[in-house]
Design a protein around this ligand. Structure first.
Ligand code: ATP
Length: 235
């Protein structure tokens, strides 16, 4: 579904992505793990068009989207849940969800997607008329994921959904990410510092160090890998 080949992205003179290549197949959950500053968020922002790469190819279902406008990329079926949630604090839960569906015209489909979202996250249904900014951190993360789902993406990009959440909530959010993948066959690219959790729900993983992919394998193999255990799993 998505194939990056030798992608290089810069912030001015600073090269954040030093030629990365990776592949995501339809209906897979793929995780990208790595330390602070490795280039994980930059990878996501490059895919969704916020940061155009200086060189390399990004094929989405065979079409090169490198350097395309973010709204075109959303229209093709890629939605991102950015790090730090960034919901609209003064809009209600309901209105936040509608913002995720701006490119859609199928009112009936939007209504049933909202209902589905309220079964995934019942608390959002209970709070649908409450301002987004008054939700707890965990509820805001749920809303950010739900808003992205309202675009009915083929590929969902998640940037550190566990950031700043209590362990129990992290567990709950990861269970729901798995459910979104199994129930809707939504392909998921999950960027995480919480490698322990990410490697448990994903099918395959990539390890990123200093702007490069240093390792890629099935998650079962990565969990057994000595270097990964030492550097990212604290074992
Ligand atoms: P974290 O897990 O801390 O979010 P990350 O792996 O997502 O880290 P990036 O945010 O992609 O890493 O950062 C990669 C590199 O690019 C880092 O060296 C960072 O300092 C640099 N960088 C990120 N954003 C900018 C920016 N807006 N301007 C300049 N440099 C940046």
């Amino acid at each position: 579904m998505l194939k990056l080949s030798d992608v290089q992205t810069f912030y001015g003179n600073l090269q954040a992505l030093k030629g990365i290549s990776l592949e995501i197949g339809e209906a897979e959950i793929i995780t990208l793990i790595g330390a602070n500053g490795a280039g994980k968020s930059t990878t996501l922002m490059t895919i969704c068009g916020v940061l155009p790469p200086r060189s390399g190819e990004i094929l989405f279902n065979g079409e090169n989207i490198a350097g395309s406008d973010p709204d075109k990329i959303v229209g093709l079926g890629i939605s991102q849940v950015p790090e730090g949630r960034r919901i609209f604090p003064y809009l209600t839960v309901n209105e936040n969800l509608d913002m995720g569906a701006l490119l859609r015209r199928d009112k009936e489909g939007m209504r049933s997607d909202k209902e589905y979202i309220f079964t995934l996250f019942p608390i959002l249904g209970q709070r649908k008329n409450q301002a987004g900014g008054t939700l707890s951190g965990g509820e805001q993360q749920m809303l950010a994921i739900s808003r992205a789902l309202m675009a009915r993406p083929k590929l969902l990009l998640l940037d550190e959904p566990s950031l700043g959440l209590a362990p129990l909530l992290v567990h709950q959010i990861f269970e729901i990410i798995k459910k979104i993948n199994t129930e809707n066959k939504t392909t998921i690219f999950l960027v995480e510092q919480n490698a322990n959790m990410a490697l448990r729900i994903a099918h395959r993983g990539y390890v990123m160090e200093n702007g490069r992919i240093s390792l890629s394998d099935t998650c079962a193999n990565l969990i057994q890998n000595e270097a990964v255990r030492k550097a990212y799993l604290g074992i």
